[in-house]
Every structure is written in structure tokens, then in C-alpha cells.
Design a protein around this ligand. Structure first.
Ligand SMILES: NC(=O)c1ccc[n+]([C@@H]2O[C@H](COP(=O)([O-])OP(=O)(O)OC[C@H]3O[C@@H](n4cnc5c(N)ncnc54)[C@H](O)[C@@H]3O)[C@@H](O)[C@H]2O)c1
Length: 267
């Protein structure tokens, strides 16, 4: 039976992907910094039928020793770690760079960028030893070079995650090509993330224009997780990118919105 680990999987997109993998009879590893949400996630999985196991760990992806300890604990329970998704992430307060608290800047880079790097560093040798495995990194605003006021540090970290993923894919290729590395580009998801900064920090006030864009382009994480999990389960290639909100999907949504067809998450 295959095993998947998803960081930041107590809620939102991470949890939605865990649920899909579990329904597909994978052993699933929930890991998150938020203890209460982790308990709720475990309870929700209890109600789903699957032949997979559920493992759960409190993990802060910025703490290297916690990552190492968790990997060795997982390998005491299952034979292999087949898929690892670097999903844990936080949004920034909607402020210009010079108005941000330096503590928030450091913490965001530590979670969104360094967390992905550290987890990849520690899971890669395990997968190389297995001669199989896949690591997927979740992209976000900025991955495609877009910029806007209030998203610059988040965008900086996601742009770097994109570069890092491409570099890791090349290194995997040059070291036997046993491990598939890929990018996951989810688009806009209606989760806690879009309304709260720094995980569970201060609320983000969305203006009317942004709410309208989210109503048009946004989806619940379950919808996108179903698409992404099918892609990951069937993937055999290194260097892939799985994108939900493609240009054609976005154009289709804006076209429909001209006739009033859109979601109403914020009405
Ligand atoms: N929501 C969106 O519109 C959107 C769009 C593009 C990309 N993303 C990305 O998707 C990923 C998931 O976001 P989401 O929308 O599900 O948000 P979310 O806030 O619902 O979930 C993020 C999870 O990460 C956890 N987390 C935060 N810091 C952590 C740490 N140090 N260690 C371990 N876990 C930690 C949180 O506790 C939470 O459970 C993030 O990487 C985000 O950047 C989100």
C-alpha cells in the first residue's frame, strides 16, 4: 500500500488532498502545526471508508529536527514514503513591504520557502534509497512573476518555490531520475488562507474588486484536490506541472460572469 505525506494538511487544500488519497486507499500522513485542526482532521477521516492507515504528527516545517524525527517515525509504521506534498503555507498581511513587521517577513519565508526546501532535503535521500517516489511543491501568487501591492513577500517566496522545484527536478534527473518532482498550481481556493494572514493571525480585509474576482475564479479546495490527486496518482514523469486555473479556464469564467454566472462566496 502506498503512503502520502502532506504538510499543512489539517485543513484547507492539504486536508482536501489527504481525503482524496485516503479514498483511493493510500496510507495518509497528516502533519500540521495546528494541533486542534489536526485532531478535527483525524476525526473527519474516521468517517471515511478506506483500507489505508491514518498517521498524524504535529509538525512545524521550519524545524528541521521535527521533520527528521517525523520521517523516521513514519518509516517505523510503513515500508515506503511514495508521495510527499509541500503544501504548508501562510498568507501575508496586505501591506507594502516597508510596513510589514520583520518578524512576519522572516516567518513567512521560513514557512513558505524554507519549509519546502528543508522537507525536500530530508525526504529526498529516503526516496533515492527506495529508488522511487515523488515530491510536489504547491505554487501560488508570484510563481509566474505577477506582482501586486500587499503580496510581495508571499510572491517572493512562491517565485522562489518555483525555481527551487525546477532545480530539484534537474538534480533528481541527474541522480538517476528515480524521484519525480512536480509543481502544483491550484489557482484561487476558498480557504482560511485568503481571509487571514500568517496562518491564524490578523484578518485580511478584502475589497469589493478582489471579492468579485474570487467569486469568478475561486473554487472550494475539494474540487481542485480531486483534480490534483488524480494527476499525482497517475504521474510517472519528473518535471511536471499540474495547473487548475489555466488561462482558458479563467477566460471561460470571465465570459460566463458577463452573463451573471459566477459563485457567490462573498455575497
Ligand atoms: N487559498 C488560495 O487561494 C491559495 C492559492 C494558491 C496557493 N495556495 C497555497 O496552498 C497551500 C495551502 O493553503 P490553504 O489555502 O489550504 O491554506 P490554509 O490556511 O487553509 O492551510 C494551510 C495549513 O498550513 C498549516 N501551517 C501553517 N504554518 C505551518 C508550519 N510552520 N508547519 C506546518 N504547517 C503549517 C496551517 O496550520 C494550515 O493547516 C499554501 O501553500 C498556499 O500558499 C493557496
Amino acid at each position: 500500500m502506498k503512503t502520502v505525506v502532506i504538510t499543512g494538511s489539517a485543513r484547507g487544500f492539504g486536508y482536501a488532498m489527504i481525503e482524496r488519497f485516503y479514498q483511493n486507499n493510500y496510507n495518509v500522513v497528516l502533519c500540521d502545526i495546528n494541533h486542534e485542526e489536526l485532531e478535527k482532521a483525524k476525526n473527519k477521516l474516521d468517517g471515511i471508508s478506506s483500507s489505508g492507515k491514518v498517521l498524524s504528527y504535529i509538525l512545524d516545517v521550519t524545524k528541521e529536527e521535527e521533520i527528521q524525527e517525523m520521517i523516521s517515525n513514519i518509516l517505523n509504521e510503513v515500508d515506503t514514503i511514495d508521495i510527499w506534498v509541500n503544501n504548508a503555507g501562510v498568507n501575508q498581511p496586505m501591506k507594502a513591504i516597508w510596513d510589514l513587521d520583520s518578524k512576519d517577513i522572516n516567518r513567512l519565508i521560513d514557512i513558505d520557502l524554507k519549509g519546502t526546501i528543508l522537507c525536500s532535503k530530508h525526504i529526498m535521500p529516503v526516496m533515492l534509497k527506495q529508488k522511487s517516489g515523488a515530491i510536489y511543491n504547491v505554487e501560488g501568487y508570484g510563481s509566474n512573476d505577477a506582482t501586486m501591492l500587499g503580496l510581495s513577500i508571499y510572491g517572493t517566496s512562491k517565485r522562489a518555490v518555483t525555481y527551487f522545484t525546477e532545480a530539484l527536478s534537474k538534480e533528481s534527473h541527474d541522480c538517476g531520475n528515480y524521484v519525480c518532482i512536480g509543481k502544483i498550481t491550484p489557482g484561487i481556493m476558498i480557504t482560511n488562507f485568503i481571509g487571514t494572514s500568517m496562518g491564524d493571525g490578523e484578518k485580511i480585509q478584502l475589497d469589493e474588486k478582489t471579492k468579485n474576482v474570487y467569486n469568478i475564479l475561486g473554487d472550494y479546495p475539494e474540487v481542485i484536490a480531486e483534480y490534483m490527486v488524480n494527476k499525482m496518482i497517475n504521474n510517472k514523469k519528473n518535471g511536471v506541472k499540474f495547473a487548475w486555473l489555466t488561462t482558458s479556464r479563467a477566460m471561460g469564467r470571465f465570459f460566463k460572469a458577463m452573463f451573471g454566472i459566477k459563485n457567490h462566496y462573498f455575497d
